[in-house]
Design a protein around this ligand. Structure first.
Ligand SMILES: Cc1cc2nc3c(=O)[nH]c(=O)nc-3n(C[C@H](O)[C@H](O)[C@H](O)COP(=O)(O)O)c2cc1C
Length: 344
């Protein structure tokens, strides 16, 4: 049983090497739950039975306004599935995974078993080590170039998981994308339902809550902790579209690289795949301390999403937009424990 502070400090030496398959699978979930998720909702549920993990999407933790189709919810679950796969390999097992095994239950995302014994590759070891170090990093980034070879790696990573990673190059393309992000901020912030939903997931930095967005993730210093209720109140009541759009524009300007993860189609299977691609890309970036944060506003709004797709040359369905760069480290966010995300 892990306490809140221990969640990010899980030790691989504690793997129950001589335990039952169920004990091993349960331990591996400690790595799955460190995955990113929209608004840190952690929309996953696991059941372990007869040597299998039954992995469910938890719709009770959905974001009906920002994510009405549950697209980002499944992407988040895909990211956790990637961590699970990498952790299984680390502990010496191939991952036997059937995705969407029950056509009558679309929320059963995967069935996972310990496969035959394997030796993790050096590359997998690096990705495994990055799981505990990766955090969404919303700071400004340094204006340092990101090496082309590294970007090529990220593209290969995306392809290996069934997605593509498009790099937005050139001032015109970047400024067009910045415009769409700004429009997205305006539209979302003008919607009281969107603001209410976001405010409901904002937490004081010292909160004991094990989900949601601690206020420090929004660049508010912990010393201004007392301002959290005020921040949530202002968020709920005022349209801060202008200032939010201005901040996004600045962040875009100081980010050396903007990328978009695309899929060929737009089904749940594509969302689960792109979630795994996302996490592979984020972990790869983390191995060299290349940081990432999300700029999904134009993808969350259907009319802007099709404009973005056109702007990118209609290469598929944009699923996730990230800015990448080097800079100061970000802090971890809370997680629910494995026991809290298990169904009996
Ligand atoms: C599918 C998905 C969509 C996300 N969208 C946004 C977003 O639009 N803006 C943002 O700031 N963070 C976004 N995030 C990042 C989450 O807020 C973050 O993962 C969560 O708060 C947990 O923090 P961590 O990534 O540092 O562990 C998204 C993450 C995922 C997986």
């Amino acid at each position: 049983m892990f306490l809140k502070a221990d969640i990010w400090n899980v030790q691989d030496t504690e793997f129950p090497t001589t335990g039952t398959p169920e004990e091993k699978l349960k331990f591996v979930l400690n790595y799955a739950i460190l995955a990113p998720s929209s608004h840190n909702t952690q929309p996953w549920r696991f059941k372990i039975e007869s040597g299998k993990i039954y992995y469910y999407a938890d719709r009770t933790r959905s974001l009906p306004v920002a994510d009405p189709d549950g697209r980002e919810l499944i992407i988040s679950c895909g990211a956790a599935l990637f961590n699970l796969r990498i952790a299984l390999h680390h502990f010496g097992y191939a991952s036997e995974i059937k995705t969407f095994p029950d056509s009558t239950n679309p929320d059963l995302l995967a069935c996972i078993e310990l496969g035959h014994p394997i030796q993790e590759t050096t590359d997998e070891k690096l990705l495994f080590q990055a799981i505990k170090a990766r955090h969404t990093n919303r700071h400004d980034y340094q204006n340092w170039d990101v090496p082309e070879t590294l970007l090529k790696w990220l593209q290969k990573d995306a392809i290996s998981e069934g997605a593509t990673l498009q790099i937005i190059k050139g001032d015109i393309a970047r400024s067009n994308v910045a415009e769409l992000v700004a429009q997205g901020d305006h539209l979302q912030m003008a919607d009281p339902n969107f603001r209410n939903e976001l405010a409901a997931w904002i937490r004081p930095s010292t909160s004991k809550s094990q989900d949601g967005l601690p206020i420090y993730t929004h660049g508010i210093d912990e010393h201004f902790e007392f301002a959290t209720p005020l921040f949530a109140f202002v968020l709920r009541t005022l349209d801060m579209g202008n200032s939010v759009a201005e901040r996004s524009r600045k962040l875009l300007e100081c980010s050396p690289v903007i990328v978009v993860l695309n899929t060929k189609f737009d089904t749940s299977a594509n969302w689960l795949a792109v979630g795994q691609a996302l996490q592979r890309v984020l972990l790869r970036a983390q191995t060299v301390k290349l940081f990432a944060s999300f700029l999904n506003q134009p993808i969350q709004i259907p009319q802007l999403r099709s404009q973005l797709s056109k702007l990118l040359g209609d290469k598929g369905y944009p699923q996730i937009m990230l800015r990448l760069g080097f800079g100061q480290e970000a802090k971890p966010t809370p997680r629910r424990t494995v026991d809290e995300v298990m169904s009996k």
